[in-house]
Design a protein around this ligand. Structure first.
Ligand SMILES: [Zn+2]
Length: 273
């Protein structure tokens, strides 16, 4: 049976309640097509520990990432979603693209997604890095999306992680309840829409795809995160599939469950649908 391809899209700092139909038609369309599962992120609701947990399945205590400096990180010994998929089946190809260097940059802190240099040289693993912290996410998210669209279109990797942070950036500068945050949601949703068009195209040729979208935290109305406010701890997983069934999940899962559950969805037993 044709294997299932997984595309996980990370949208940093996205409040689902502020990703309304008029702002995020592609994400809302994905929700209508598939299912939405709640997650509550643990405190501190900071990107480093949040993504480290979402992308590995390890708790804050286990991975040791407490902030965005990654001092104390034990991630070198904790494989990420893409690495785990590869170790489970070395014929799998993987792709990661992000403009927040700690997630993917081989030369940076972390990275959360292991570089796997050997597989990278063998073109079984591809990493795209931009620096949104220096050049701004408005530009770099668009570049990441371009690379993602091209990479998905050309190769249809088995497991991909694509990350955008323009929404988080707008939240920090202008607050979550701002025209700029809304505009950043629109831009990011357009990036998602371009990726979904490629998935759709590949699925029409018979490929099986699962797309999941998640976030690491929200933002308070005035902007900012790190604490335990409900609008900050609220996360979600939107999942939809092409030529496959979405396996049933409870209404709410723990953030540590995301990676193991996505990996399970890739196994032949889960592909009966
Ligand atoms: Zn974040």
């Amino acid at each position: 049976m044709e294997r299932l391809h997984l595309l996980l899209v990370g949208i940093d700092g996205l409040r689902l309640d502020l990703a309304t139909e008029d702002r995020a038609p592609h994400l809302r369309g994905l929700m209508a097509r598939g299912t939405t599962t709640r997650m509550t992120m643990p405190v501190p609701t900071i990107s480093g520990p949040g993504w480290a947990t979402l992308l590995t399945g390890a708790s804050h205590a286990e991975h040791g990432v407490v902030d965005n400096t990654f001092v104390g990180s034990r991630l070198a010994g904790i494989p990420d979603l893409l690495s785990l998929a590869y170790y489970a089946d070395p014929t799998r190809t993987t792709f990661a693209a992000a403009a927040w260097p700690p997630l993917v940059d081989p030369a940076g802190v972390g990275p959360v997604i292991h570089t796997r240099e050997e597989q990278r040289r063998a073109e079984r693993h591809r990493v795209i890095v931009r620096d949104g912290e220096t050049y701004g996410y408005r530009t770099t998210d668009a570049e990441i999306a371009d690379f993602a669209v091209a990479g998905l279109f050309a190769a249809g990797p088995d497991v991909s992680f694509v990350y955008c942070s323009g929404v988080d950036e707008a939240g920090h500068v202008h607050g979550a309840v701002s025209a700029q945050y809304a505009e950043a949601v629109r831009r990011t949703d357009a990036h998602l829409g371009r990726m979904l068009a490629v998935v759709d195209h590949r699925a029409q040729a018979g490929e099986r795809w699962l797309v999941a979208v998640t976030t690491d935290h929200g933002h308070v109305g005035g902007g900012g995160h790190g604490g335990g406010e409900p609008e900050v701890t609220a996360s979600f997983v939107v999942r939809a599939s092409w030529n496959a069934e979405v396996d049933p999940w409870p209404d709410e899962i723990e953030p540590t469950e995301l990676t193991p559950r996505l990996l399970r969805a890739l196994t032949p037993e889960a592909l009966r649908g």
